[in-house]
Design a protein around this ligand. Structure first.
Ligand SMILES: Nc1nc2c(ncn2[C@@H]2O[C@H](COP(=O)(O)OP(=O)(O)O)[C@@H](O)[C@H]2O)c(=O)[nH]1
Ligand SMILES: [Mg+2]
Length: 249
């Protein structure tokens, strides 16, 4: 079925009660201005603050435009993205994407990602943070993760972890059927699988802002360890798939 013009945009949120109202309002305002159908999906990843209450209030304030989906406990960034992707595919829209719910991005940049993807005839547009507004330690860890994951999975990108990406419906259907990564592993996995499938990926510079509320939690030791093990698993899985494909060919 041909997708209809429109956008499904989701916001992965773990303890983001303080950031959600402005992020959702900015996303709705921008998507309304495109004069096409849209939905903003909040993926509450088992938050322990009042993210769920805030999200329910937002659903009521923007009827038919905002939808809440929830994990009953915290499942991590990778699982939050996978739930978001699945939910986007329930709508039959041309563009599907996500933006972190922590207020570090300007939601209206989704328009620039979409326009660049259209101009370049790309399957995916990914953001890169022009000036990353995080402290030195977080930036250094991010760089190390980027280099390690690039060396192991062999994708090409400026900023693998940028929490702002859009996909055509067809490319998302493929990725949704293949992605398994948890935590931070999901971001390099998206790019590695897209490159293996010969999708065209466009990179677009986006604004990055300091967190105003809540805590940045992407760099805890447990998460780093699980993410590195995840990378190794994905590398093996990609190699096995390639071997099987060679045998079949
Ligand atoms: N760290 C983390 N973020 C999550 C999780 N589930 C969803 N998120 C959301 O993912 C986004 C990125 O998280 P953040 O802590 O700001 O990571 P960072 O900016 O990459 O260090 C935010 O919108 C979080 O609310 C989770 O289990 N852990
Ligand atoms: Mg952040």
């Amino acid at each position: 079925m041909t997708p209809q013009p429109g956008t499904a945009m989701f916001l992965p949120a773990w303890n983001e009660a303080g950031n959600l109202p402005i992020v959702v309002s900015d996303a709705v305002t921008y998507l309304r201005s495109r004069n096409e159908p849209f939905v903003v999906i909040i993926v509450d990843d088992g938050s322990t603050d009042n993210t769920a209450d805030v999200a329910r209030t937002l659903e009521g304030s923007y009827p038919g435009c905002v939808r809440l989906v929830q994990h009953d406990s915290n499942k991590g960034y990778g699982a939050a993205l996978r739930t978001g992707f699945k939910t986007c595919l329930e709508y039959n829209y041309t563009w599907n994407g996500f933006c972190d719910a922590d207020g570090q991005f300007n939601p209206q940049d989704i328009g620039r990602l979409i326009e660049n993807a259209v101009d370049e005839d790309s399957d995916i547009a990914i953001g890169y943070r022009i000036a990353r507004a995080d402290n030195f330690k977080r930036r250094a860890m991010g760089r190390a993760w980027h280099e390690l994951s690039r060396a192991l999975l062999g994708y090409k990108a400026i900023d693998v972890d940028c929490g702002f990406k859009v996909f055509t419906r067809q490319s998302l259907q493929y990725l949704n059927a293949h992605l398994t990564g948890d935590h931070a592993t999901i971001s390099p996995e998206i790019l590695a699988r897209a490159f293996r499938a010969r999708m065209k990926v466009t990179e677009v510079g986006v604004e990055h802002l300091p967190r105003q509320s809540g805590e940045q939690s992407g760099a805890s030791l447990n998460v780093i360890w699980a993410s590195i093990m995840g990378l190794i698993f994905i590398r093996q899985n990609l190699n096995q798939t390639a071997t099987l494909e060679r045998k079949v060919a």
